[in-house]
Design a protein around this ligand. Structure first.
Ligand code: 5GP
Length: 217
């Protein structure tokens, strides 16, 4: 009798340890959002220079035309509308959204694989995509960060300075930015992009503290 109880306890303990170990090893999911032109990409590149954070950037899929200098497979996977639709139909996307006439989405398999391997995965997505991710993945393993500009004028300057969009698209993106800013309180952290290096350090601190909390858990 005693042996039976002991064996059951042993099994439970092995199972518990296995689950805890897997949980500890599984990487974080870091969502970085904010209005178009706020500097998410620049902050992300700066943050990723710190190799101790063990980060992997999830390259999104988009139907948007490639901007000069953008590299397929690095900045985005540039796909046709038909291919994007196939990915939706086959349930290949963790989330997707329409943004100023184009579609953007996060390929699911790679995110899962990287997290299972212990990498902390970073998504750079707009607000509707964040809502979908937060609905499906919750808990201490998910971090949501919203980047805000110092002012609206500054945001307009940045988008216009980029010089890649027509005046009409710039105006639509600015209108969209106003609506997106309203949703900043849905995020766990709000980071002001007044200066790239400072904002990047703040994001690094957020990630570090969650990584440490995971080790202590
Ligand atoms: P852009 O055309 O300026 O590269 O991107 C437009 C917006 O779409 C940005 O706010 C960008 O962060 C967002 N975005 C990029 N990739 C994804 C994605 O996979 N999913 C969602 N929901 N938004 C994305």
């Amino acid at each position: 009798m005693l042996n039976k109880v002991y064996l059951i306890e042993l099994r439970v303990s092995i199972l518990y340890n296995k689950t805890m170990k897997k949980d500890k090893k599984r990487g974080l999911l870091i969502i970085m959002s904010g209005p178009s032109g706020v500097g998410k990409g620049t902050i992300r590149r700066e943050v990723m220079k710190d190799k101790s954070l063990n980060l992997y950037y999830s390259v999104s899929m988009t139907t948007r035309a490639r901007r000069p200098g953008e590299v397929d497979g690095e900045d985005y996977y540039f796909v046709s509308k038909e291919e994007f639709q196939r990915n939706i139909d086959n349930n290949n996307l963790l989330e997707w959204a329409e943004f100023v006439g184009n579609r953007y989405g996060t390929p699911k398999d790679k995110v899962e694989k990287m997290r299972d391997e212990g990498k902390n995965v970073m998504l750079e997505i707009e607000v509707n995509g964040t809502t979908q991710v937060l609905k499906n993945c919750q808990g201490r393993d998910v971090i949501s960060i919203f980047i805000i500009p110092p002012s609206f004028e500054e945001l307009e300057n940045r988008i216009r300075h980029r010089g890649t969009e027509s005046d009409e698209v710039v105006k639509t993106r600015l209108k969209k930015a106003e609506a997106e800013m309203e949703l900043k309180y849905h995020y766990e952290f709000i980071v002001l992009n007044d200066e790239i290096s400072r904002a990047a350090e703040e994001v690094r601190d957020i990630i570090r503290s969650r990584m440490n909390a995971k080790i202590i858990k």
